[in-house]
Design a protein around this ligand. Structure first.
Ligand code: MIG
Length: 683
């Protein structure tokens, strides 16, 4: 049951798709105070668990810290941070406590539809208090249900169907900030193909543009771009260019001139076009919240789709600001005034602070405005909607530009609602072991919010990767719908053919292609039915008190559990089995073995080149067993299917498949219930 409560005069965020009437009941699951915005508070029992909040730091159980929804371009994802790139204001409180120490009432979910700054203090200030602080104008949805899965399913019905990527978007993808010309890209393709490694896409980072101008291609580095796109397609490789939020201010640049002329940029306090600076230097921000400006920005993607591009990533759309023109002037004056001073502890650090404070400064976000259907709205109040609407601009344009096919699209910043238009990647992580774990913990929280097409930069974006880190990371990312290796300029090269254990890497990537029938089927089922592709194990075993404690294992789809190794030098790890399961150990698509294991704790040895999965009881999974070399997802289309499973006599599997590209698959025709008998199993 969903109850809706409206406070003040909220803007329409388009986060939800269901128009439900306002509840006449008093606000029940939390205590409500309305002074200084909306404040909600409730007691948490000792064993209660809080899941959700999407892209955030820390564990699956969010208790013990506070999280701030205010989309931020912060590339250092350490435990002390309160905000990352997205704002996903949905959490579920699972009441686990026994009567004696329990808080009031049962489990519930809550969605705070407020696109401004919202704070979730999940027992940081007071261990047993959940406190949510929103602005005065917001809509709050409270969801009660049978269990966590049911609460999430109801929420997902409220916010609408998740984005459906093309099937090729599930292939292995390679990216790097620093493939600066055509020849660099060709070399990456040769590097993979030369070693028999499948490759679906190569990304173009800002290097492909002419002076970092959106919707341009540098003609010297990429002459005859359309031909080059075709050449790559001929090799089965999609090129995926980046688009940034800021539009460079430059006379004669059509996107800039048209935007100014039509009044499509965000305005400053004096009604001029707001000036900030990012990559290209000074830019204007297209007013993504103005429907006309949004449509216009979207149409600009045509420049690239006309040349055969069918996938994009939208970056810097928090929107990231290096500095604003006005603040820079002030800070410059102040720094210059210090020129001949003897800088001491206070004045020196003050100077450093004002300089670093130039970037992503909330004062700047408070100083520009949107035109939302004729109404002037301060950016700060709707800050978290910017990335969402940039991505929506692209998605809505693609519906017109390429009505017949699905496109690959994901964003860095996001808000709930954007999941209908595209996915996200989790931004600038580091080549740290702890960031494999962080990524594992973010996935189910994102899935709760409808964001299913997601993954992290495999191998780590910042810092130098190492071979073992990359291999362990791949063993987890094998299961993320977006499987992309990406790294920052200046870091060690991390394409997998750069390393010694190429055969192991090749086997792992081929295993991903083998698992694709299952991964695709489970993704599509989750998207079409409002389910979660990734789940904390407590979602499947709600009665199991150990399951709540498990922060580093995941259920994936209906049949399997994974327990990736994410510790340097580890030769294995402890795994908790909430029931008897079948452990399948795979070194390649041809080399695998299985063993039934009892419920309970186990130490599972896992060599660096091994993939281990656990199959639930009475479940099976389809695997493609291609009889030829696989270069892309197209090569497994007609591959024979073999089955792995843990069954006594027979089990049914709901197998979803489709052509992988049509925009509107007809679900009824695509769901097949397959009966698999024990004697049919390959493993
Ligand atoms: O300020 O385009 O998160 O993936 O490689 C850095 C360059 C801008 C940030 C993205 C990253 C991308 C990088 N971008």
């Amino acid at each position: 049951m969903i109850k809706k409560y409206v406070f003040g005069q909220p803007v329409c965020t388009d986060a939800v798709v269901m128009n439900i009437p306002e509840s006449g009941d008093a606000f029940s699951v939390m205590e409500l105070t309305e002074s200084d915005g909306v404040k909600l508070c409730c007691r948490m029992g000792e064993r209660d668990v809080v899941y959700g909040l999407g892209e955030q730091v820390r564990g699956m159980n969010k208790r013990g810290f506070s999280y701030v929804s205010y989309a931020t371009d912060d590339s250092i994802h350490t435990e002390n941070k309160h905000s990352l790139y997205g704002a996903h204001n949905f959490l579920a409180l699972a009441r686990k406590s026994r009567e004696t120490d329990s808080g009031e009432g049962g489990s519930f979910g809550i969605f705070v539809d407020d696109p401004g700054r919202v704070v979730f203090d999940v027992g940081e200030t007071k261990h047993d208090q959940l406190v949510i602080q929103a602005g005065g104008d917001c809509v709050i949805y409270v969801i009660e249900g049978e269990d966590l899965k049911d609460i999430v399913r109801q929420f997902r019905r409220l916010i609408g169907r998740s984005y459906l990527p093309p099937k090729w978007a599930f292939g292995y993808q390679q990216s790097r900030w620093g493939y600066v010309c055509q020849e660099d890209v060709r070399e990456v393709v040769r590097g993979h193909h030369g070693q028999g490694i499948p490759l679906e896409a190569v990304y173009l980072d800002i290097d492909y543009m002419e002076n970092y101008k959106d919707f341009t291609v540098d003609g010297e580095k990429f002459p005859a771009f359309g031909d080059f796109v075709d050449e790559m397609k001929g090799q089965g490789v999609h090129l995926v260019p980046i688009i940034d939020a800021g539009v460079k201010i430059e006379k004669g640049y059509p996107v800039y001139e048209e935007g100014v002329q039509k009044g499509y940029f965000c305005k400053d306090e004096e009604e001029g076009d707001f000036v900030a600076a990012v990559w290209p230097g000074r830019v204007h921000f297209p007013d993504m919240l103005n429907p006309e400006a949004r449509a216009w920005f979207g149409e600009n993607y045509k420049f690239l789709t006309d040349q055969g591009i069918d996938g994009f990533w939208n970056d810097m759309n928090e929107p990231a600001i290096f500095y604003s023109e006005k603040n820079l002037e002030k800070v410059m004056d102040e720094v210059i005034s210090l020129k001949d001073e003897n800088l001491d502890i206070d004045s020196f650090f003050h100077m450093v602070e004002i300089v670093t404070g130039l970037s992503n400064n909330r004062k700047d976000y408070k100083s520009f405005y949107h035109n939302m259907n004729g109404e002037k709205v301060c950016h700060d109040k709707v800050h978290n909607l910017y990335g969402f609407n940039m991505t929506r601009a692209a998605a809505e344009a693609f519906e017109k530009l390429m009505p017949e096919k699905r496109t690959l699209l994901f964003s860095r910043s996001s808000y709930i609602g954007m999941h209908r238009y595209g996915g996200i990647w989790t931004g600038d992580n580091e080549s740290w072991w702890s960031h494999i774990l962080l990524s594992m913990q973010q996935m189910p929280a994102l899935n709760m919010c409808g964001i299913l097409y997601t993954g992290s930069d495999i191998g780590g974006f910042g810092s130098d990767t190492t071979e073992d880190l990359l291999m362990r990371w791949l063993e987890f990312a094998m299961f993320t719908p977006l499987m992309r290796n990406h790294a920052a300029m200046g870091t060690r090269r991390q394409e997998i053919y750069q390393f010694e254990r190429i055969e192991d890497f090749r086997n792992l990537i081929r295993l991903r292609y083998g698992l694709l029938p299952y991964i695709y089927s489970e993704y599509m089922k989750a998207a079409l039915s409002g389910g979660m592709y990734f789940r904390p194990i407590a979602f499947d075993y709600p009665e199991d008190a150990h399951a709540d404690q498990v922060e580093d294992q995941l259920m994936i789809g209906e049949s399997i559990m994974i327990a990736p190794v994410y510790v340097q030098n580890a030769k294995g790890r402890y795994v908790y089995l909430p029931e008897e399961m079948l452990m399948v150990r795979m070194r390649s698509l041809e080399d695998y073995a299985s063993e039934a294991m009892d419920k309970g704790h186990h130490y599972v040895e896992t060599d660096l080149n091994e993939l281990v999965i656990f199959v639930k009881k009475n479940r099976v999974l389809p695997i493609a067993a291609p009889d030829r070399d696989v270069k892309t997802t197209a090569d497994i289309e007609d591959a024979p299917i073999i089955w792995f499973g843990f069954i006594e006599t027979a089990a049914e599997y709901v197998f979803y498949d489709d052509d992988g590209i049509s925009r509107n698959p007809v679900p009824e025709e695509k769901w097949k219930t397959v009966t698999v008998r024990k004697e049919d199993l390959a493993c």
